[in-house]
Design a protein around this ligand. Structure first.
Ligand SMILES: [Zn+2]
Length: 290
């Protein structure tokens, strides 16, 4: 069974505010354990989290061995003050603060550094992000400092310009990466960056009524076409469902992600897809640890 390369154990796939608030007055181990059981039931033995601001993923790391799960976490994600990322981590306003956060994550036994470099999609408006990404210069610094500290970097990024800059700055894994153009996908294919395109949080919205299906379908189709193109160019692609996100349950989310991914690259390429995903997962397992 594949590993889950992008999860949020602090969330529950239903209502993130309620899920997060469960841990506000102290971490509820029972909630974490219930999520681990879901993965275990499906034979998922590798999980990489995206971090949170309440120490939930840090606690989860301590519990994971009881379930036979190799669980990795950045402890918290780091974002520039005033930008997207508050729900999963802490912000910095200058480079001194950024370095302090990177060192704090290391001290708290983070396996890698997670950075936020753009907003998320507006599911009711194809092509639109909640905010533009940070500047090329800023994200170069974020990557450079984390790498200098000996840490790999997982970056949440959408939008062509921002993601292109992140690939050029040698980000280790790129999460989401919606709205990429062909040249950026070609660049990605030539780079060492592993792309985790997270189709499930978009695909699983179809038919739920929260957003107009035709907008959701356009976002999904665009991302699936990008995946197919990058796959054919030989890009390193990994499987992560963003489980915990709305309508993406832990465990089942990964199975959904695989189905969407198979649709993207074409059933006839399944064997090659499996191989590609396994190679990416192996790299993450081997390299993304302190
Ligand atoms: Zn995520």
């Amino acid at each position: 069974m594949f590993g889950e390369c992008h999860a949020h154990i602090i969330m529950d796939g239903k209502n993130y505010k309620e899920a997060v608030s469960l841990h506000r007055d102290g971490i509820k181990e029972e909630v974490i354990r219930a999520h681990f059981r879901k993965w275990k039931e499906l034979g998922i033995t590798f999980v990489r989290d995206g971090g949170d601001a309440l120490g939930v993923s840090r606690r989860a790391k301590k519990l994971a061995p009881e379930y036979g799960i190799d669980y990795r976490t950045p402890v918290f994600a780091i974002h520039k003050k005033g930008h997207y990322g508050g729900i999963v981590g802490y912000s910095f306003s200058d480079w001194k603060e950024y370095v302090e956060l990177v060192r704090r994550a290391k001290k708290e036994e983070a396996d890698f550094i997670k950075i936020m470099i753009s907003g998320i999609m507006k599911f009711d408006a194809f092509g639109v992000l909640t905010e533009e990404g940070i500047s090329r210069e800023e994200l170069c610094w974020m990557l450079h400092i984390a790498h200098e500290e000996g840490m790999c970097v997982m970056a949440h990024g959408n939008g062509d310009k921002t993601v292109r800059a992140a690939i050029e700055a040698e980000v280790d894994t790129l999460e989401h990466g919606n709205y990429l153009e062909r040249d950026t996908l070609e660049l990605l294919a030539k780079s060492k960056t592993i792309w985790i395109p997270t189709l499930a949080p978009t695909g699983n919205l179809l038919g739920c009524g929260r957003f107009p299906d035709e907008q959701v379908r356009q976002i999904l189709n665009r991302q699936m076409n990008s995946i197919r193109f990058a796959f054919e160019k030989g890009a390193r692609i990994g499987l992560g469902s963003d489980s915990g996100a709305y309508r993406v349950p832990h465990g089942q989310g990964l199975l959904d992600e695989y189905e969407w991914m198979k649709k993207a690259v074409g059933q006839e390429n399944e064997m090659a897809l499996r191989e590609r995903l396994a190679e990416s997962e192996d790299w993450i397992k081997t390299e993304m640890r302190q």
